[in-house]
Design a protein around this ligand. Structure first.
Ligand code: ADE
Length: 226
């Protein structure tokens, strides 16, 4: 998979996309992530990427020219399955969305910033708007990192233990059961005996029952989706 991310603050994307599972997936050649600085495409002599809103109103808007130039350049190079704009206006990211995006070949993600982006960009190029929740972030860069993380970990080979991503919370609309590691007892707190029994069938039944109970207790809304 190839992911192109377009941003006016590309430094915000560097660290989250260069560690842990995402870094390993890149090193293994499972995913290529290209971060583009919108400012590099500005034809303004001061390399400005934002301007005041027509009609007045507080906050700056990302200009159409540098974004259109960058998107056009990328579109000449390859086709994209989806051109995503990160925005609180979009549908909220969920596991089903991440699953379907993990099957794509090429994705472009345009990060909003400041007050937003000239609306003509959204009308001409954007195929999907995604929000990561009903709150407003300073910019779409953190949202882009969340989207990329949720998608890349699902690509086969990204996680060493193949079953691990499939048994995540939400994959079957159930929360994950609690997990423990050594020591079996710490400061009077014991790991449930069943997990130490070595009986894999019983352990599995316990995990399923815990998943169901935790979902009923903490996220009953998920059971309605089942
Ligand atoms: N940009 C600002 N807020 C956002 C959100 N909640 N989701 C995605 N992009 C955003």
């Amino acid at each position: 998979m190839r992911i192109d991310i377009l941003s006016v603050v590309p430094d915000l994307l560097e660290s989250p996309l260069n560690h842990s599972i995402i870094k390993r997936a890149k090193d293994k050649g499972i995913v290529e992530i290209h971060i583009h600085n919108i400012r590099d495409y500005s034809e303004d002599k001061h390399k400005r990427v934002d301007d005041y809103q027509f009609g007045g109103g507080a906050g700056m808007v990302i200009k159409i020219q540098p974004v259109a130039k960058l998107i056009e350049k990328l579109l000449k190079e390859r086709e994209y399955d989806e051109i995503i704009y990160t925005s609180p206006d979009g549908g909220t990211l969920d596991q089903a969305m991440a699953n379907s995006m993990s099957m794509y070949g090429n994705i472009m993600i345009l990060c909003g910033h400041y007050k937003g982006i000239d609306h003509r960009i959204r009308e001409r190029y954007i195929t999907k708007e995604i929000s990561i929740g009903d709150y407003v972030l300073t910019g779409g860069e953190l949202a882009a990192c969340v989207i990329v993380d949720s998608v890349v970990r699902l690509i086969p080979g990204a996680i060493n233990d193949e079953t691990s991503a499939l048994s995540d919370s939400f994959q079957d609309n159930l929360l994950a059961p609690p997990v423990y590691t050594r020591p079996a007892e710490y400061d009077g707190m014991r790991v449930p005996d069943i997990l130490l029994s070595g009986d894999h069938k019983k352990v599995h039944e316990w995990q399923e029952q815990q998943a169901l109970e935790r979902t009923k207790l903490l996220r009953p809304d998920l059971l309605e989706k089942k």
